[in-house]
Design a protein around this ligand. Structure first.
Ligand code: NAG
Length: 409
């Protein structure tokens, strides 16, 4: 191993060690808003000072956050960073189902000037709470805040202090924070320092105070329907810092919540009926029983074929009507007639075989086809020997022929 390689290896080990030290553990409670600020100051130390930089402390830094081994964050965890010169914030409300397993979030910081990166791990250990969930939940809409401003601990603390003041609960928690943009709100015009607005949900253990219920009075309902501000006696407790839209407050007593889907209206045509939750087929499949298929496709046709085979075999072997039966049914005179014809035919055939020994004289050429001369027979010897016996055999062997003619008559 060369010195350079050793140096690289050493630096890798040191990086890994320093990385493992960089793991941070946090212990949020289920059902309570969790906020974790990714401070630019904290990550700046990771990037070596840039020699020629005038103002290294103001490098633009952005963050990428994901669940370890996955491309994105878990569903309950959201992230916001307004500009590369502001801190990033992880926030969200873990629920009871996330308790137990530590959630490892990989945080990658990018220095947008030097293009260096640094990686830290954040281990989120979600703890169970006995009082979860708090039964009385109120959601406020705050008009003059952006979500990341509201997430700052002192601002959120101020807000919870004001709520505590008008509600007087034993326990009070922020449960959730949502930007109005995520609820269909519009991006404000860049004038008058307008803000996006933010919904803050808090939970408490005592029923809603009379002040929080003031908006439910007929007078205030009328004002809300006319888009006028309702008159709320405790609004002044918030007014200095928070502009609350009291018409949008929602008060939920989760002990009295009726499931909304019981009286759902008829969806009408064009909408498929609800089939409930998707139930995927199980991973372990039962082995299929092919016995019935075997019976239908193989056994029954084979049985039928076997029966046919025996029926045909019986009829063709045991019920056969052979030559004997035919002869018995034919009159004797016909049989004699027939057999004599057969005998004669055989004789004629054998005679014609003998004749093929030589060519009949009449088939040999007598005249030269070109000159017209009379040509003597090609084989004078054969003429004597082959043509004469032919005539002789015909006369000699006329016996059977006569017999045949006789029989015919
Ligand atoms: C918090 O708000 C977000 C966005 O509105 C929502 O998706 C999430 O379910 C809420 N979480 C809880 C615990 O209410």
């Amino acid at each position: 191993m060369s010195t350079a390689a050793v140096a690289v290896w050493l630096s890798t080990v040191v990086t890994i060690l320093s990385r493992s030290h960089a793991d941070r553990n946090v212990y949020p409670s289920a059902g309570v808003l969790f906020v974790h600020v990714l401070e630019r100051e904290y990550f700046k130390g990771e990037f070596p000072p840039y020699p020629k930089s005038g103002d290294a402390s103001n490098d633009p830094i952005t963050f990428n956050t994901n669940l370890m081994g996955y491309p994105d964050r878990p569903g309950w965890l959201r992230y916001i960073q307004r500009t590369p010169h502001s801190d990033g914030v992880l926030y969200g409300s873990p629920t009871a189902e996330h308790v137990g397993k530590p959630t490892v979030i990989e945080i990658t910081a990018y220095n947008r000037r030097t293009f260096e990166t640094a990686r830290h791990n954040l281990v989120i250990n979600i703890m169970a709470t006995e009082e979860f969930p708090l039964p009385y939940q109120a959601e406020f809409y705050i008009k003059n805040m952006n979500v990341e401003e509201m997430l700052a601990s002192e601002v959120l603390g101020d807000f919870l202090g004001a709520v505590k003041n008008v509600w007087q609960p034993e326990r009070l928690n922020a449960i959730n924070i949502t930007s109005a943009l995520d609820r269909g709100g519009r991006v404000p015009l860049p004038i008058n320092n307008l803000k996006e607005g933010v919904y803050v949900m808090v939970g408490a253990d005592v029923p809603f105070s009379s002040c929080l219920r003031e908006v439910e009075s007929p007078h205030n309902q009328l004002r809300c329907s006319q888009e006028m501000e309702p008159v709320i006696s405790c609004d002044k407790k918030f007014r200095a810092q928070f502009h609350i839209d009291w018409c949008k407050i929602s008060l939920v007593d989760i002990t009295k919540v009726i499931p909304v889907y019981i009286n759902r209206p008829d969806p009408g045509t064009g909408i498929l009926p609800e089939f409930g939750e998707y139930d995927p087929p199980s991973e372990s499949l039962k082995s299929r029983d092919y016995f019935a298929d075997f019976l239908v496709t193989l056994a029954i046709p084979s049985a039928v074929a076997l029966v046919l085979f025996f029926i045909l075999g019986y009829t063709m072997c045991c019920r056969r009507e052979g030559v004997e039966k035919r002869n018995m049914q034919t009159p004797d005179i016909q049989l004699v007639h027939h057999s004599s014809i057969q005998k004669s035919t055989k004789e004629l055939r054998s005679m014609s075989k003998n004749r093929e020994i030589s060519w009949p004289l009449s088939t040999l050429p007598v005249f030269n086809p070109v000159s017209g001369e009379v040509v003597p027979p090609i084989h004078p010897d054969n003429y004597e020997t082959t043509s004469m016996p032919l005539m002789q055999t015909q006369t000699v062997q006329s016996g059977p022929w006569d017999e045949f003619v006789k029989c015919k008559n």
